[in-house]
Design a protein around this ligand. Structure first.
Ligand code: SIN
Length: 288
């Protein structure tokens, strides 16, 4: 993994790397652009610190990875249809927050986003970290028998937390993120391979997550539950993970095709604001 124009420091043995020596507010050389794209394939989630990005510069840098993708349900930022403001106000306590369970972004779409870019603006003095899991390693650590059984399977994903009447009435969610429920175009189940082939690395990754995957195709939720629960618990080995401490000016870019992430909700009393963009993904391909 030789890079010409950037310096790359691995964060853990499994995934995550900090990229140094680039100012993302300025145009990138062809060599730095190619290095950054390669670093994402190599490390699955990459981090930049001390960046000063306007929303326009955030959008411009996102385009390095592909066309932008708008997502259903979540109301975008005023004046910026391609940016979501991930916000929890200081007075919003004991509520459920955006991204506060393991997931791959909007995996219930026919073509889920291939990458997401999250830029820190206001960060609590402590807490509010984000964690990621390496879903290649989670797959590779399964027994041969389990891999054989999973390979041909598809699982059904849905946007139930946002629509399909799935949100419990007494669940207190942040009022700072505008959710537009009941979107007939998005309120449906989509089948995706349980083991997907990554188009760039050629590696196989487990592709189920606890927010959006409800069941295996042609099976009931009750029948699917024990194996899905086993897989979720298996994925959460600390050896497959990395954890990022945000600062204002930090930017994380992750590959939704081979990772899951989790936003830790442990900062009641502090305001947390980040801006997120998504990059258009492709239809997940079944690994043979
Ligand atoms: C998300 O994109 O799921 C939110 C992550 C975060 O707020 O840390």
């Amino acid at each position: 993994m030789g890079y010409q124009s950037i310096s790359v420091e691995k964060m853990t043995g499994s995934l995550g790397a900090e990229i140094k020596g680039v100012d993302l507010s300025r145009p990138l050389s062809n060599s730095a652009a190619a290095d950054i794209r390669q670093a994402l394939v190599d490390h699955l989630v990459i981090f930049f610190r001390d960046q000063k990005l306007t929303p326009e510069q955030h959008l411009e840098f996102s385009l390095l990875f592909g066309p932008l993708q708008r997502v259903p349900y979540v109301r975008p930022m005023e004046g910026y249809p391609d940016i979501i403001a991930v916000l929890k106000e200081a007075d919003e306590k004991k509520i459920s927050t955006f991204g506060n369970a393991w997931h791959s972004d909007f995996s219930f779409l026919d073509e889920p986003p291939m990458a997401s870019l999250l830029y820190g603006i206001e960060i609590p003095g402590h807490g509010g970290d984000t964690l990621w899991i390496n879903m290649y390693e989670a797959y590779e650590a399964l027994s041969d028998g389990m891999k054989r059984m999973l390979r041909g399977l598809r699982a059904m994903h849905n946007g139930r937390p946002y629509g399909m009447g799935g949100v419990p009435k007494d669940l207190r969610t942040s009022r700072s993120i505008g959710i537009e429920r009941n979107n007939p175009d998005a309120d449906r189940e989509i089948a995706h391979p349980v083991v997907r082939l990554h188009p760039e690395s050629g590696r196989k990754a487990l592709f189920v997550n606890s927010i959006y995957t409800g069941r295996f195709e042609d099976m009931s939720e009750a029948e699917s539950r024990p194996l899905l629960d086993y897989l979720y618990q298996h994925c959460l080995r600390p050896e497959f993970s990395c954890r990022f401490r945000w600062q204002p000016g930090s930017l994380a870019v992750w590959d939704n095709r081979c990772t899951m992430h989790y936003a830790v909700n442990d900062y009641d009393g502090s305001r947390r604001l980040l801006h997120r963009t998504q990059v258009q993904g492709e239809k997940p391909v079944l690994a043979d």
